[in-house]
Design a protein around this ligand. Structure first.
Ligand code: BG6
Length: 797
């Protein structure tokens, strides 16, 4: 041998490599996937197919697999049912059929049914996995438990997995949940807390399958890749509105027991559409692939959503629904469901990017077509003189400008991203997406397809197969974290509560629905465009409408009284205030208005903000009648109410706004800070004769007005214009205009609304001038006018 040393070295190297390979083989990773609810609908329709796709994609790489289909059903019957579910597995289109058959055989061999009912069943499962791993000389990489079961079963299963089925050290556990994740904020929180006691946040994957839809998954990458073009466009200056839409032709038959409890808002809007909304609205993180950054930006977007109110939504129900519910739930003939199967909701986002841009969320069952999309429609400020026939899609600024993430179905029939050619040529991922071929005659969103740069995925993939792959690869950005989930429920729960007894508009379903569900919005309100031809369900909606009544004029405590249904009363008061303002500005150049806080004036503020465009705000000074001794940013602060319902929607010069100085030197209403005196000084300096043009007051159930309370003498008489007072309820400390100052006003309007005011209204109608007992009875402008505005509930009971 010529080079014995070299030989020796070579042999050693070969041996080391061999041992390494053997070890690697010995230590090949093994993943067990346990599908709970393996014989259910979702498993049959999507999950088995998704698992097969995962196997096809991953087999021969780093891991071996076993698939455990599990359910409560006894082994023999369960086995049969599972075999049926597996029969229909289909091969990926681009795969050689013989190769696919081979993989399918392997997959079926690796998929076993087992009954999982008791703790012992879970213990046995754990032992079986350990034994298999050991026997086959594998290393356990991890276990995935997919909960495709009703949520009431979650906690028991979670407990069993946690106590008996966690993999050993060094391997991971992933648990996957399907919605519904609660019914409202409280129940979602309870469920999250319970699950959180069994699993770490990083172990949990809450599925929203819309995040696996290819067009939805492209929203952030698209925004990222087109930052340059979008930076200047993606905001209130350029976006006219955003539509997030999911229309279905199917109805709820066969699922009524679920649907009756949830309805369309919980089923679709609270999750799928809200997720899409946040992807469009959020500030773009620097790194869109960082799930932590995406989550933080999403939460920030949630915080900016303006609270919804009853007028933000319209509801519908397809006509056959109640009969289906009676059949499936075995209810009597008299049963009428109020569950909405259609909803449109108008969302506003209070931040500088989106202020004033309407986001319309809409979904429904039994509609005329199946389609899902999010459409960003841009404003158009151009006017083209040249004839329309000569407008070129690339150049003409007169054609509509829109970006559409087309989720699926509809005229196009598949996912797509469409960008109007007169916007910019977008970049889309080089892999996986391709430019769409021309389809002559096809119109999308009112324009021929050729008007758009249009792209679609090279290979259409089902959302579940994408999400299963993300779970396997630990890509958490496509899942709903606990914080994300709760933020969404915080947003939706108040609306759901306020709509609980709303009678939905009935619609025939399908094409026959015609324009019955068409929507329009005005300010913060969304309404149906058409009047309902007739009310088909008797219910709370059969009460008389405000427009059935005329404003009633009469007298109360010897002053004029205006009485009407709330909506009409508020309209009347708002118009009267505007008329007073116009008159004052015409005569004196200014209008000094002092406003109350509390709940009654909220509707008035909204009405003034949304319905009075010629109000002379630029010449109006806004004062507070009273204030609670809390920071001005506190939700309890009267100023805060004024700010959120009025000030932020109008243009008043900031130096015309006069909040009460309750928070000076970082303390609240300290006598030494002389806040009351400062306010009085400001009034004397700016308001001629300290005589406001209009003071708006309310009346408490104890007869208080402003923050002048019974049995508390401060502010009822004397020289002081502004006083510190004590309230019997929290927050106890208050600042208030005094009765003498109020009575110097040119006009005082007292707004009284709601049934709870009935008794005090009666009482005060009979008493004389007794401000110590009922401060409101001391309101009598010395030379001005007093007008009472009462709704029928307060006045007539
Ligand atoms: C589910 C809802 O989340 O989404 C169903 O519970 C709805 O009511 C379904 O039909 C729609 O999903 P897809 O993928 O068919 O658009």
């Amino acid at each position: 041998m010529k080079y014995p040393a070299l030989w020796k070295m070579l042999m050693v190297a070969v041996c080391v490599a061999l041992v390494g390979c053997l070890q690697a083989q010995e230590l090949q990773g093994h993943v067990s996937i346990i599908l709970l609810g393996a014989t259910g609908d979702l498993a049959k329709k999507y999950l088995w197919q998704g698992l097969f796709q995962l196997y096809v994609d991953e087999v021969g790489k780093d891991h071996s697999f076993s698939f455990h289909g599990a359910a409560l059903t006894a082994p023999k019957q369960g086995q049969e049912l599972m075999a049926k579910a597996l029969e229909s597995l289909s091969c990926p289109k681009d795969m050689e059929p013989s190769h696919c058959m081979e993989l399918k055989d392997q997959f079926l061999r690796l998929s076993q049914y087992r009954q999982l009912k008791t703790v012992e069943d879970y213990e046995t499962l754990a032992k079986d996995i350990e034994a298999q791993v050991k026997e086959e000389g594998l290393r356990e990489t991890g276990r995935i438990f997919y909960f495709s079961v009703p949520p009431f079963a979650y906690v028991d299963i979670a407990r069993n997995i946690n106590s008996s089925c966690r993999p050993g050290p060094g391997s991971w556990l992933r648990v996957v949940f399907e919605k519904p994740f609660g019914h409202d904020h409280l129940s979602a929180q309870q469920l999250a807390t319970e699950l959180g006691s069994f699993f770490q946040e990083e172990e949990m994957y809450r599925v929203d399958h819309y995040l696996g839809k290819q067009a939805v998954a492209q929203i952030l990458p698209f925004r990222d890749q087109n930052r340059k073009a979008l930076d200047s466009l993606w905001n209130r200056h350029h976006v006219e509105r955003v539509e997030v839409i999911m229309k279905e032709t199917v109805d709820a038959e066969g699922r009524i027991s679920f649907y009756e409890e949830y309805g369309v808002i919980r089923d679709i809007l609270q999750n799928h559409l809200t997720e899409i909304l946040t992807l469009v609205a959020m500030e773009l993180p620097h790194d869109v692939s960082s799930s932590a950054a995406v989550l933080q930006h999403k939460l920030q977007a949630f915080r900016a959503l303006r609270g919804l109110h009853r007028g933000s939504a319209v509801l519908g129900q397809y006509q056959a629904y109640s009969a289906q519910a009676r059949r499936e739930l075995q209810r009597p003939e008299s049963f009428h469901s109020l569950t909405p199967t259609f909803a449109g909701v108008l969302v506003h986002i209070d931040n500088l990017r989106w202020e004033g841009v309407p986001f319309i969320l809409m979904s429904g069952k039994a509609l005329d077509e199946r389609v899902g999309y999010v459409r960003i429609l841009f404003k158009n400020r151009a006017f083209c003189v040249h004839r329309e026939g000569h407008w070129a899609p690339e150049q003409s600024q007169c054609l509509p400008r829109q970006i559409i993430f087309h989720i699926g179905h509809g005229e196009l029939g598949h996912p797509a991203i469409l960008v109007s050619r007169n916007l910019f040529r977008p970049s889309v991922p080089a892999h996986g997406w391709m430019e769409l071929q021309e389809r002559p005659g096809l119109q999308v969103f009112g324009r021929p397809l050729s008007d758009f740069y249009a792209y679609s995925p090279v290979k259409e993939r089902d959302a579940y197969s994408i999400l299963l792959s993300h779970i396997f690869h630990c890509r958490k950005e496509s899942f709903i974290t606990t914080e994300n989930l709760l933020a969404s429920w915080v947003f939706w729960t108040p609306l759901l509560d306020s709509l609980a007894h709303e009678v939905p508009r009935l619609y025939p379903g399908g094409a026959e629905t015609g324009h019955l569900l068409d929507l329009e919005f005005n300010g913060g309100h969304l309404t149906f465009s058409q009047q309902q031809p007739e009310q088909l369900v008797p219910g709370p909606g059969s009460a008389p409408k405000p427009s059935d009544f005329r404003v009633l004029g009469t007298r109360y405590r010897e002053s004029p009284l205006i009485s009407a249904w709330p909506e009409e009363l508020i309209s009347k008061l708002a118009s009267d205030i505007e008329a007073t303002a116009v008159q004052a500005v015409r005569r004196f150049g200014k209008f000094h208005l002092a406003l109350s806080g509390g709940s009654s004036p909220i509707a008035l503020f909204q009405q003034l903000a949304m319905g009075h465009y010629s109000f002379p705000w630029a010449h109006t000074h806004l004062w507070l009648v009273d204030e609670r001794c809390v920071p001005l940013s506190d939700p309890d602060s009267n100023f805060q109410g004024l700010q959120s319902h009025l000030l932020q929607h109008i243009r008043v010069p900031y130096y015309n706004i006069h909040p009460m100085p309750v928070h000076l030197h970082q303390r609240l209403c300290a006598e030494e800070d002389q806040g009351a005196q400062t306010y009085a000084g400001e009034i004397s300096a700016l308001v001629a004769n300290s005589s406001f043009d209009l003071v708006l007051l309310g009346m408490g159930t104890d007869g208080h007005t402003a923050s002048l309370f019974p049995q508390s003498p401060t502010g009822l008489d004397g020289e002081q214009l502004v006083v510190l007072t004590q309230s019997p309820s929290r927050p106890y400390q208050r600042m208030s205009l005094s009765l003498p100052l109020i009575n110097r006003a040119k006009k005082v309007a007292v707004l009284v609304m709601g049934r709870t005011k009935r008794e005090i209204t009666m009482l005060v109608s009979r008493v004389g001038h007794e401000p110590k007992k009922w401060p409101i009875s001391g309101v009598l402008p010395s030379s001005g006018q007093l007008v009472w505005y009462m709704d029928y509930e307060a006045f007539l009971g």
